[in-house]
Design a protein around this ligand. Sequence first.
Ligand code: SF4
Length: 558
Amino acid sequence: MVYPNTYEVGMSSLGFQVVYALLNEREDIVCERFFLPEGDEDYLSVESGRLLTDFSFVFLSISFEYDYLNVVKSLLLAGLEPFAEKRSGQSQKQPLVVFGGVACFLNPEPIAPLADVIIVGEAEPLLSDFVTFLQTYEGRVERQIYLAEAMLQFQGVYVPSLYTPEYDNSGRCCGMTSVSWLPRRVERVSLKHCDQAGHSELLTPAAEFADLYLTELGRGCSRGCRFCAAGFIYRPPRLWDGDAVVEGLQNRADDVSRIGLVGMEMASDSTLEQVSTYLLESGCALSFSSLRADRINPQLYELLAQSDLKSVAIAPDGASERLRKVINKGLDEKDLLLGATRLVEAGIFKLKVYVMVGLPTETNEDLQEFIDLIGRMKHKIDEIGKRRGRLTEMYLSVNCFVPKPWTPFQYHPFGVSEVLEKNQTISVKDALERIKKKIVYLKTGLRGLNNVHFQADKPENALFQAVLSRGDRRLAKVLVDMVAAGLTWKRGLKKNNLSAEQFAICGYDKDSYFPWYIIDQGISTRYLWQEYTKGLQSAITEPCDTKVCRRCGVCDDS
Ligand code: SF4
């Protein structure tokens, strides 16, 4: 199993650990881990120092678009030809390369030509049967016939080489074709039920979240923030019940007491109360990176105070009350001020605040409202800090909005707050300048505040992320050129006659086709468009209620 990043990052991935444990719990499988070497060490497995090409199957777990370059690096380091088509044409035996992870079911296309197979969705329901199927592969049938059979047998299995993209006159992907007996689109697979919440399997001081035992509270989120991919591709929101979470927590070793809960944003009050009480009684310390400002109940407050946690983030995301309606965040200024003061009262000395710039309809008035909010927040938390003799520092993190696949904002261009006409583009230079001006506006407005630290994304990097998350399979060549020939992403695009504008700075309408529509997430695109237009009018959508709601198409009566 390959994690296309360092050991430190990979071992902090709960998804990677869960799949590694699922594979190794089988008697008939030996699964070993590969991480990118940090120096010039050889690329060998952690467990037994073997080469990647010694294995019959290579599983890559891909969580972030930025790791696409590391996917290419990993394949090259292993001595594998990066393009699947060339691997299958080689005479010597080549391992079958299977990609999975959240980036693959958001939009697999930019890396599709590098994979023999892509697992689309959550691995748990599929993995065991699929691996049993793969074990029958070796030497029996021709690779493409065999892989087509896998697609027919398993929901969530995608073989990119069996599909051909079509492009319109302007060079945009406008559809995918395949033989008639294969599914037109690849249905995502998702875990329906969970008796024991997913949890860390191996703890190591070398991981990014060192010695932190991660446990899931559920999957997905009911809130429907219109920019958030996880909130849409993990639908329907599933909350594990309190017993399943406690069961997952009880699997930790006796000496492990630092707990990280994943999905605290959406857990029910009763589960949070049950889990907080269990952790308090077990003498555990709780750690988490971010918390919805309206989620701090009394048990959690007590747990926080006991946990000696120094740093927590709250995320207004939208700069103003109006913009938080545009993005459907469901938090008002009162929630944010209350959340911040409660966290500081519970002993947080480093309060991070996340906000985005470049959101649809955003103006300088919205940014000014954020500057004023931070002033008021600082005033409130300083009062607490003065009483106890130590002030809390604020760290503002300004992120560029990236329009992600499968969200209502997929129809919106990067860097531009107004709506563009279908196929209308503005230049990269113009889009970047607009975003930079917004960052400068915030930075200037916040300059006079003591103990407020300002950090902002590099707009160029955010644009590259937008290109990677929204691109089609022609990007695979760009990625290989970047790694093999050391090209910058802009030069890589140019060399391959592609542009950032065509993928990320363009107007769309409700009938626009996107490369990620090869995946069937179960969400109706009509619903995504409706949500986009509602957002432009600052209209709120209520959170999911899976018992009665049928509006986006994911929950059906069957
Ligand atoms: S159908 Fe309703 S409850 Fe189900 S995921 Fe969609 S919006 Fe949420």
